[in-house]
Design a protein around this ligand. Structure first.
Ligand SMILES: C[S@@+](CC[C@H](N)C(=O)[O-])C[C@H]1O[C@@H](n2cnc3c(N)ncnc32)[C@H](O)[C@@H]1O
Length: 261
């Protein structure tokens, strides 16, 4: 999608989104005020941001195996760590949003599809040390750097699964009883997003939370997001523009919110 179309989509989002006054959904009201818009700080934030600043200065070049649709800016197969930290990693604002979501819902079984250098993984892991965080990365050199970063941050509740999600995700999910939280940030293509969603959806509970990254990044991603929102098992969807959240809570009518974040 061109920058112009993305700006247009953002303009539409700006018109549609609201700040949640007078909404008769206590669940969404509380989630919005306690987790989404909470502007307090946590001790983990500066620690992870110091690592991000260091990675953004790292000029080391590595060979990148690109398995996804995420390299709109750079098509080369050699990239600097600084460039990966700048372009691929989710910004502090969204890393911290994910931290607060984990802190709020306290999920135990957390998956992240697409690790990159592990900055967002670090937010997921630091938010609940009792949670088991499993993160998937297809590029071996990037995965090695992520593992180094987890050691540096002394985060012990992360397992990194290397390899292509097309193979690694079905094998992993097959051995789980349930999945509490998933952050989809790997292959940004329609078909893969739907396939990974369907695989994780098989192990959802009524308390599971799935977060989709870059739902307007391309027409394929937008199509996937809209289709997932229409899934009959999804009872609540929240569009925050850069990310979309879905819930499977029973005993509530199907609802969709576009909220300002
Ligand atoms: C946008 S980055 C992830 C950013 C990370 N979640 C963060 O916020 O810091 C996407 C990552 O997914 C990986 N990826 C893309 N397609 C994949 C696939 N099919 N299997 C495994 N990893 C994949 C890429 O190598 C890349 O590192």
């Amino acid at each position: 999608m061109s920058s112009f179309r993305l700006a247009y989509k953002f303009f539409l989002y700006r018109l549609k989104s609201f700040r949640l006054h007078g909404i008769h959904s206590p669940f969404v009201f509380d989630l919005y005020h306690q987790a989404i818009c909470h502007d307090g700080t946590y001790m983990a934030y500066p620690v992870i941001e110091r690592l991000r600043a260091k990675l953004k200065k790292n000029k080391q070049e590595i060979e990148v195996t690109d398995l996804g649709a995420g390299s709109r800016v750079s098509q080369t197969y050699r990239r600097r760590i600084s460039e990966i930290a700048r372009i691929s990693a989710k910004s502090p604002k969204y890393g911290q949003l994910l931290f607060r979501l984990i802190n709020y819902f306290q999920p135990r079984q957390v998956l992240e599809l697409g690790t990159s250098l592990g900055l967002t993984t670090a937010y997921l892991a630091a938010a609940n040390k009792k949670a088991a965080i499993t993160t998937f990365e297809g590029c071996p050199n990037i995965a090695n750097h992520a593992l180094q970063n987890f050691r540096e941050l002394k985060l012990k509740n992360i397992s990194l699964i290397p390899g292509n999600l097309d193979q690694s995700l079905p094998d992993f999910v097959a051995n789980l009883d349930q999945i509490d939280f998933v952050y989809f940030d790997g292959n940004h293509r329609y078909e893969s997003t739907i396939r990974y969603y369907q695989r994780c959806q098989q192990k959802h509970t009524q308390n599971s939370v799935f977060v989709f990254d870059d739902i307007y990044w391309s027409s394929e991603m937008e199509k996937a997001w809209k289709e997932i929102c229409r899934d009959p098992t999804v009872t609540l969807s929240i569009d925050l523009f850069q990310v979309g959240l879905i819930f499977f809570r029973q005993k509530q009518p199907k609802q969709h919110f576009t909220l300002w974040y």
